[in-house]
Design a binder for this molecule. Sequence first.
Ligand SMILES: [Zn+2]
Length: 147
Amino acid sequence: MICPFCKKDNDKVVDSRAIGSYIRRRRECVECGHRFSTREYVELQPLTVIKRSGEREAFQREKLMKGIMNSCKKRPLSTSDIEQVAVNVENALTVTENFEVSYEQIGNLVMQELKKLDPVAYVRFASIYREFKEVGEFVDQIKSLDK
Ligand SMILES: [Zn+2]
């Protein structure tokens, strides 16, 4: 693994932990001493998301994480809690036969997971999601509210 700080390829794994369906490895660069993490996921056929407009786009884990994180702002939740929501949602999505999912499915799954985890984050996500339906639009909206 190339170190993101000094760009040298000489690191050791200091911690390795399975979180749901992925493994997070904490690495330490032997050259500069900086620590960074990598994640290992099961590789599946990439998911396609069908928007309400009928357009298709590749599923983006980062986009999903951002949407969830914005709903969880200032809530007593750890990054692993939030990652677990994203992982659970993604796992539930990939069981569909043709690897195509709708925004609606994603939104509903996120709501289900957040409901179990934190009522405030759930209400935040649900109120905005129901109005905008698309996770992408939701993220954009939350960003503009922050300004
Ligand atoms: Zn380094």
